[in-house]
Design a binder for this molecule. Structure first.
Ligand code: SF4
Length: 227
């Protein structure tokens, strides 16, 4: 069952503002993705097949933003980046730089925990061919925005790929022209430091667009900056 997390803030007017960080299990806002989700539930009833919640510490200083759940990765297991190739590289790197502890076994019950770190996605539901539509990215941003706004100690965001980069900038109400995407680029936004990386997908690593060393260098920089 998907957990629905909310947090109440006070608006200047004194009216409570409810920020919803996790969508409903049957979120209907993207009809195409809801249909894809339903088809997956019928085909693979043992899989998670729901919007994948963020994983990790809401009080963490680091947030990692991915694209969307992979069909046989997070969509199957219910934990971001868990169960597919992208998770192998991401979690190995987080363990190396002290942002995770335990042993990653590609299962949500492997006991792995994140340290000072949280992982989420720009789009919470699995999209066909890993390609969400612009309207789907836009409408799901409300959950990314709420996630960012409810991390009081947040200092660093690693954005995996161009879609995560663009959606995170919009969530922060920043102009993308002021911070163009490039692997290894770092952007400062007030107290937040934003780090760009190519997505750690199997395609990117197989084609050597992203090597493990390039990926490690991003997290080495984050570790050095956060101390
Ligand atoms: S992608 Fe996001 S907004 Fe769209 S249906 Fe899923 S949870 Fe809802």
């Amino acid at each position: 069952m998907t957990t629905i997390s909310t947090i109440e803030n006070e608006r200047a007017s004194g009216q409570p503002l409810v920020l919803r960080t996790e969508p409903d299990r049957n979120c209907p806002l993207c009809p195409r993705l809801a249909g894809f989700r339903e088809a997956a539930r019928a085909r693979e009833p043992e899989w998670f097949n729901s919007p994948v919640p963020s994983f990790g510490d809401p009080d963490g200083r680091l947030l990692i933003v991915g694209l969307a759940p992979g069909l046989q990765g997070a969509n199957r297991t219910g934990r971001p980046f868990t169960g597919d190739f992208a998770g192998d590289l991401l979690y190995a790197t987080l363990l190396e730089y002290g942002f995770a502890k335990g042993v990653y076994k590609a299962r949500p019950d492997d006991g792995l925990t994140l340290v000072d770190c949280r992982i989420g996605n720009a789009v919470r539901c699995v999209p066909p061919q890993n390609k969400p539509l612009p309207a789907e990215i836009n409408i799901c941003r409300q959950f990314l925005s709420a996630t960012i706004e409810t991390m009081p100690r947040l200092r660093a965001i690693v954005m995996l790929g161009r879609v995560a980069h663009e959606s995170t900038l919009k969530a922060l109400r920043l102009r993308s022209a002021a911070a163009p995407f490039a692997h290894g680029a770092i952007h400062q936004a007030g107290t937040l430091r934003l780090y760009d990386s190519y997505h750690c997908s199997r395609y990117n690593t197989n084609t050597r667009v992203l090597t493990p060393e390039m990926f490690r260098n991003v997290f080495a920089k984050v570790r050095a900056d956060l101390g």
